[in-house]
Design a protein around this ligand. Structure first.
Ligand code: GUN
Length: 291
């Protein structure tokens, strides 16, 4: 029987622990973790994500602020806001929701965030620490960090000797995911759109992570029997006859389920973990600030 990995339940457990740790931190030091979420423009998916981040922050007992800027905001104005947040002692985590409008260079914005408040883990300082295996002091990007927790909990053992294939090489998921798996002693291959014989390669994976943003691309017969399958994709398919839009992952779930040893569903798998890890990074930042 395949295990369906309940990311929602694991995330709830994590959040409960963060809530308790936050109460302790406030009682001990008077420091309340603070997060600032910045959104530019009106992308509907981004608005949903940002609202759920703010809600979860409040649930954790954090100080939470949101800056909503118009679509035509200049890069200079956004940098000025980030510098103000960098200098604000009540804020321990700064998240600028991506994507940004075209007139803004996202790379410059990410590098403007203080590495000590970069709870997304996108600043080069944190990217470098993760690449060098400095996991104790790095902020690790939330989606791969959450995926890694699910993998470790599912396997319940060291990943030594296991083959991991990560499909997708983005800076947000694929590359940091590969680095985390490597740090955990897995043998890692990163596949992407130019990779040859992708189905065969995937069939070598004891751990298969799909992070490409293409609905149901990974087929059931790409899954090695017993593999742990982590589906990072969240793709909204157009409404069918019944008028309801369907949310699917990057894995053809119904096909992959019988082959997999364990698999994350969409929704309810990796998604809730991403937000929980954002809270965990923000708490860690506040704990560091408290000394
Ligand atoms: N847009 C999609 N995923 C993310 C993320 O993890 N962080 C930020 N800042 N924006 C995103």
């Amino acid at each position: 029987m395949s295990t369906i990995i309940d990311g929602k339940a694991v995330a709830e457990e994590l959040v409960a622990g963060i809530k308790t740790a936050t109460q302790d931190l406030v009682a001990r030091t008077g420091i309340q973790p603070g997060i600032a979420v910045v959104i530019v423009g009106e992308d509907p998916a981004s608005q949903v994500y940002v609202a759920s981040k703010g809600k979860k922050a409040k649930e954790c007992g954090f100080h939470s602020i949101q800056h909503t800027l118009p679509d035509d905001t200049s890069e200079e104005d956004l940098v000025a806001l980030i510098e103000q947040l960098n200098a604000d002692d009540t804020i321990h985590g700064i998240l600028v929701q991506l994507p940004l409008p075209r007139q803004i260079d996202a790379g410059r914005i990410i590098q403007a965030i203080s590495p000590d408040k970069d709870v997304d883990g996108f600043h080069f300082v944190n990217v470098g620490k993760l690449g060098a295996g400095e996991l104790e002091t790095a902020f690790v990007p939330c989606t791969p960090a959450g995926s890694m927790l699910l993998i470790e909990r599912t396997l319940g053992r060291d990943l030594s000797g296991l083959n991991a294939v990560v499909v997708g090489r983005s800076n947000i998921v694929g590359k940091p995911m590969a680095n985390l798996l490597l740090a955990a002693n897995a043998t890692v291959t990163v596949a992407h759109s130019k990779t040859k014989n992708l189905p065969e390669l995937c069939r070598t994976a004891d751990i298969l992570v799909a992070a490409v943003g293409r609905p149901e691309m990974v087929k059931g017969d790409w899954v090695k029997p017993g593999a742990v399958v982590i589906d990072v994709g969240i793709n909204r398919l157009p409404a069918a006859e019944n008028g309801k839009a369907r949310l699917v992952g990057d894995v053809a779930y119904d096909e992959a389920l019988p082959a997999a040893g364990a698999i994350t569903p969409v929704p309810g798998g990796v998604g809730p973990m991403t937000i929980a890890l954002l809270m965990s990074n923000t708490l860690a930042s506040a704990v560091r600030a408290a000394g």
